[in-house]
Design a protein. Structure first.
Length: 550
């Protein structure tokens, strides 16, 4: 591991300007580093021409296309900011993402033209006449035209994450920070590596775990427009990939493909990601003969825990001392280690479970753009409060225990519950609703909603059709589990008691439905037992409620 310098992404692009080794592969197209850097210089000239008064923020709404990376490189050279717009959001929330980040313009790829009417700002189609003409006009641009941001830091990226109130938070990532992440290179990539990425470029996972170190060390970045489980093996074979990054269920989708002898004959040596189950990691290593390394972290980049061979299944791991991570109660006092009885149940949960905090972590947090309140909420006396709950065992191993904020995480996408609740309230007969996360048997969360309604008059098929027809329902928002109740539980202050609903999960006397094959089906006792087995198979049995009751 190297010590980060004060270099920026512009410096690292300049270092690759005369490198004729392969830089980028996608489909049957390729670019050397020399060609890649020139494309970035061309985009820098285009961005400079398109600049308008105000923050120089350019939204990018497209799949994983070479143009996306050329624009990031161009922004690094010219001093612009790229806003990675998440196309899985819809309606008012999608519009707010663009507005709150002060986008002057959005460049839209062919796969997302249907979202153009919701942008609310000017746009250019990446394959349209105006944009392609601008690119052609600036073909003579040279790297020497853009030297101002070598060694000079600026706001390079805004990467979205979801907050607890439904308002999105755009995490600031400066050019120097992205460069430092590449230089640290915790995965040990070098110029002989081919990093395969099918994760969306609007997420930090793709840029921070793969592209940044590949740029710094001169390797090759192989790109796929959208993730495909069936396309994974052919891609890594074709590109000669040695490394790949993933998030969430990606491994389980790949493993759902029929096993083939060729899986163990690729050049893959390492996979890196988050939130895959222990069972999936083990099975992937068996089939592909490739080491899988997991980490705990977030787009803010302040709290990071890397698993190693000694990490128990299902655990986050032991933080490195230099990260300064602790688990504390509400007033910042360190929580004691968890204690367990002979059956494995925690006996001191109220004392042992607390929030993960990075001591003196404020210096590593660049903040949220245009959201000072959310930024301030993360910082107390120089410490960074993650919003994630955990406990530590007697050996100092951290175990994830939930989230302090009212959000849900599905397939590594965070979203707040309020917009989903507002949609469900439109359905006839719904008196009140609470949406909340419950554990998924493999990884992350499932969406569950409790509806206060007359269960006898509820039509599950009609409700499924209603949700499918809502244009502002995010692609990850569909409730997997649905509880019908005559009265939602409330706290003493008459707020819906979501913690009680989460603790009960799908147990209790109320009818509960599961979304399967596009329909809601009543959850049977046999299915409940099957779910318990699935949790156990993936070393997540500790996430099931110990006493099912409201």
């Amino acid at each position: 591991m190297t010590t980060p310098s004060t270099a920026t992404i512009a410096d690292h692009l300049a270092a690759r300007a005369e490198d004729d080794a392969p830089a980028l592969l996608i489909d049957d197209r390729s670019w050397t580093w020399r060609e890649f850097v020139h494309e970035c210089a061309v985009r820098a000239a285009v961005l400079r021409e398109l600049r308008r008064p105000g923050p120089w923020h350019v939204g990018v709404l497209m799949d994983n296309e070479p143009e996306y990376l050329f624009l990031i490189g161009g922004a690094a050279l010219a001093g612009a900011t790229i806003v990675g717009i998440n196309p899985t959001r819809r309606g008012a929330e999608f519009i707010a993402d663009v507005a709150r980040t002060d986008c002057q313009l959005v460049i839209v790829g062919a796969g997302h033209r249907d979202l153009v009417p919701d942008l609310g700002v000017d746009h250019l189609l990446a394959e349209g006449d105006e944009y392609t003409a601008a690119v052609a006009e600036h073909r003579p641009a040279a790297l020497t035209d853009f030297t101002a941001y070598r060694g000079v830091n600026h706001l390079l990226l805004l990467l979205f994450t979801s907050g607890s109130t439904g308002a999105p938070k755009a995490v600031i990532c400066s050019s120097r920070r992205l460069a430092a992440i590449g230089e640290l290179n915790v995965r040990g990539l070098d110029h002989d590596d081919v990093a395969y990425n099918a994760m969306p470029l609007f997420h930090g996972n793709a840029l921070m775990s793969a592209w940044a170190p590949i740029l710094v060390y001169g390797g090759t970045f192989a790109l796929r427009a959208r993730f495909s489980a069936s396309g994974f093996l052919p891609d890594v074979q074709r590109f000669g990939a040695t490394f790949f990054n993933y998030v969430g269920r990606s491994l389980s989708y790949i493993l759902a493909q029929p096993e083939r002898p060729e899986e163990g004959q690729t050049q893959l040596r390492l996979g890196f990601g988050t939130e895959a189950s222990a069972t999936d990691r083990t099975e992937f290593t068996r089939r592909y003969r490739c080491q899988i390394i997991e980490s705990y972290g977030s787009s803010e980049g302040v709290c990071v825990i890397l698993r190693d061979d000694s990490t128990p299944p299902g655990a986050l791991g032991i933080p490195r001392p230099e990260m300064g991570l602790d688990i504390v109660d509400d007033d910042g006092t360190p929580c004691p280690p968890a204690q367990f009885d002979d059956s494995g149940q925690m006996t001191n949960a109220a004392e042992a479970i607390g929030e993960i905090v990075a001591r003196d972590g404020a210096a590593r947090f660049e903040g949220y753009y245009n959201n000072p309140d959310a930024t301030a909420d993360k910082i107390r006396d120089g410490d960074y409060w993650s919003g994630d709950l955990a406990y530590r065992d007697a050996d100092g191993v951290f175990w994830f225990a939930g989230r302090t904020s009212d959000w849900i995480r599905v397939d590594s996408e965070n979203f707040a519950t309020a917009p989903l609740e507002r949609i469900i309230m439109r359905f006839n007969g719904v008196r009140s609703v609470a949406a909340y996360p419950v554990a998924d048997p493999r990884t992350g969360d499932r969406v569950m909603a409790a509806i206060e309604t007359d269960a006898d008059g509820f039509d599950a098929d009609e409700f499924a059709d209603f949700l499918a027809a809502q244009p502002d329902l995010g692609t990850k928002w569909m409730p997997t589990l649905l509880r019908l109740t005559e009265a939602l539980p409330h706290t003493a202050t008459r707020k819906v008691d979501k913690p009680a609903l989460r603790r009960t999960a799908w147990f209790g006397d109320d009818p509960v439905y599961e979304f399967v094959g596009g329909r809601y089906r009543l959850l049977t006792d046999d299915r409940v037992r099957e779910l318990a087995v699935e949790f156990a198979d993936h070393d997540r049995g500790h996430l099931l409620p110990p006493v099912p009751a409201i």
